[in-house]
Ligand binder design. Structure first.
Ligand code: AKG
Ligand code: FE2
Length: 341
């Protein structure tokens, strides 16, 4: 792509999102009202024309490749993209037209830094038109008619099982009726706080149907993890999440320390990011990583003797239509926010 073209990398805006250093340690509030739907770690998605075993050529030009090789030579074994405190703000990329694949590689992929792409990058996606009402709420009617009978995985955010949540399966129809009841009940339900997680919509849809949902941004088109599964035609690492206020994902780093990306179709999310290595200070006296980095339990110095060496996370708010790039090995925790009118 655009071989040999030289252009100064644009200077992305920096969004300062994190509050005062001492205030990040708030206990988790249950009063958030949110819904968020996202897809991650997307493919060299060929939408019908290319066989899954033949990914399209990479968009990497010669100069960018040479730059990347030099970058790794210069790294000389340093901790990849980490080793230091989280930056105080996240870079925000506004304009698709002036931000190339090479710009992304140089400014974010190689340095292993997070960034947020504006909603302009997803404005033509079918999901943004069809899954959301003109008022910006999830279009349950459309989702029911299109996917109501699909059986989806649902985690109970209120129950800790190791550092995760137990899961059950139910038709999307049942999950949506739970969601409406939960919101009507003041964001509480005897069934707990249920979060639709890891729905393999891409794996289980035709290429034609998927073309109606999203278009793969060029920045994420080199995707070895999904290329592996696509070649076998067995599974994938592309997921949809959806949930009401209070739903959240416990502290983790992504599978095999992969890079990932997450587009928010509707609602608002809060991300807490720790650069690689920074999670070490959060370990408890048994060496385990926390389940919830906002829990007051972390303030117990006998339980978390290294906490005084921890630094606050990078806090990122993701609005509807925006895409978050999650660099390799950055631990994170994610909360769905926003109150529907
Ligand atoms: O949205 C969420 O709840 C989790 C997202 C996440 O962990 C990711 O995209 O890596
Ligand atoms: Fe993640």
């Amino acid at each position: 792509m655009r071989a040999g073209r030289k252009r100064a990398a644009p200077r992305p805006e920096v969004r300062a999102e994190r509050g005062a250093t001492e205030s990040w340690f708030r206990p988790r509030s249950c009063s958030f009202h949110a819904a968020a739907i996202w897809a991650t770690s997307l493919p060299p998605l060929s939408l019908g024309s290319v066989s899954p075993s033949l990914p399209p050529p990479l968009p990497m030009d010669r100069d960018t490749r040479a730059f990347a090789e030099q970058h790794f030579r210069d790294l000389g074994g340093q901790l990849y993209g980490g080793g230091g405190q989280a930056p105080s703000g996240v870079a925000f990329i506004k304009e698709p037209a002036t931000f190339s694949y090479a710009d992304f590689v140089k400014a974010f992929l190689l340095p292993n830094r997070p960034c947020v792409f504006s909603s302009a990058f997803t404005e033509n996606w079918g999901s943004r038109r069809r899954w959301v009402t003109p008022e910006g709420k999830p279009d349950f009617e459309y989702l029911l008619q299109k996917y109501g009978d699909v059986v989806v995985p649902v985690a109970n955010c209120g129950v800790q099982e190791y550092n995760s949540n137990p899961k059950e399966h139910m038709p999307l129809r049942e999950y949506i009726s739970y969601w409406l009841e939960y919101v009507q009940g003041g964001c509480s339900s005897p069934r707990g706080c249920l979060y639709l997680k890891d729905w393999h919509l891409c794996r289980d849809s035709s290429a034609e149907d998927l073309g109606d949902v999203f278009t793969l941004p060029v920045y994420f088109s080199s995707d070895w993890l999904n290329e592996f599964w696509d070649a076998l035609d067995v599974d994938d690492y592309r997921f949809v999440y959806a949930g009401p206020p209070g739903t959240w994902s416990p502290f983790h780093a992504d599978i095999f320390r992969s890079f990932s990306w997450s587009a928010n179709i509707c609602g608002r999310k809060k991300w807490l990011f720790f650069p690689p290595g920074q999670e070490e200070a959060l370990r408890d006296c048994h060496g385990s990583l926390p389940y919830d980095v906002t829990s007051p339990k972390l303030l117990d110095t006998r339980l978390h003797p290294m906490l005084q060496h921890s630094s606050p996370p990078l806090e990122v708010t993701q609005e509807a239509g925006e895409v978050v790039f999650v660099p390799s090995g950055w631990h994170h925790q994610v909360h769905n926010l926003v109150r529907w009118a």
